[in-house]
Design a protein. Sequence first.
Length: 311
Amino acid sequence: MTTITMTLSSPDVILKDGKGTLTASVTNGSPGPERVVLGAFPGQVTNPPSKTYTTIPNPLRTIAPGATEQYVVNFDTAGAAAGSYPVKLIAYSADDAPEDYADQAHVVTLNVPAAEAPKPTRPFPWLWVIIGGVVLLAIIGAILFFIFKDANVPDVKTKPEAEAVKVLTDAGFKVSTNPTESAETEGTVVTQTPAGGEKAGRGSTINLQIATPARPTVPDVLGKRIEDAKAAFQSARIQLDFTQGSTCTSSAFEPLFRPCVVVGVNPDIGSKVNVNALVLVRTEPRTGIIVDPPFNICKTNPQFCVQRLQP
């Protein structure tokens, strides 16, 4: 019989989640190489035989004379009840029966701890949830009160539009702007609603009227001498021109009782136009008393007032 010896890293194995390992060092003390098997056998004689719960990777190895091999032994007792389970490990020659080495067997005790009792379920902390909800609502209410409470509206009258909008938005207000004709500087705030210094809720809208140049109105020159019409147009800052159908441009060369009279205007009297806009008039010499109120031939017969600038 060959001389094969074995030592274990521990005689006991405490399993964690039913699993554990140990190391078996097997030495060949014979003068020649040996084929050595490390086997696991029930530690107690029972009928039927008890489980060993053991696996050994590569259990058959050839060990050189005087050499030592390290075997990793794995244990898995999944499904086993709590308690101690003895397992017998025997290192023996592959050419002999394991019983021949029974006196060299090492018994390993597998300790399966009892399962921990489940911890009692703690009741849901409704009280703390309610308290937390009340505190959260109080904080939200305070924030909303601060955000939307009334505040003094800044006075932005006469300020440029961009600056006025920035001042109001920085103060927590929304802004709406609308153009309005005014003699004030173009692009500045003419009026604001609510006015500066009044109270308004933060987040509310402040309406601003922004100055735009006043647009002149086409004066009523129907039936008037062309000289008077020119003076009225100049006063209104409007350019006067004659339609293609006009038969006179001045009263200077007409007989005393046939002055050059405006009989049509395009755009119509009272229309808003831009400063220095071109307004067309239709003229013709008139005899006798001028009808009052006169009719606008450019309105009743627009084909006679074709703009001179059109191709």
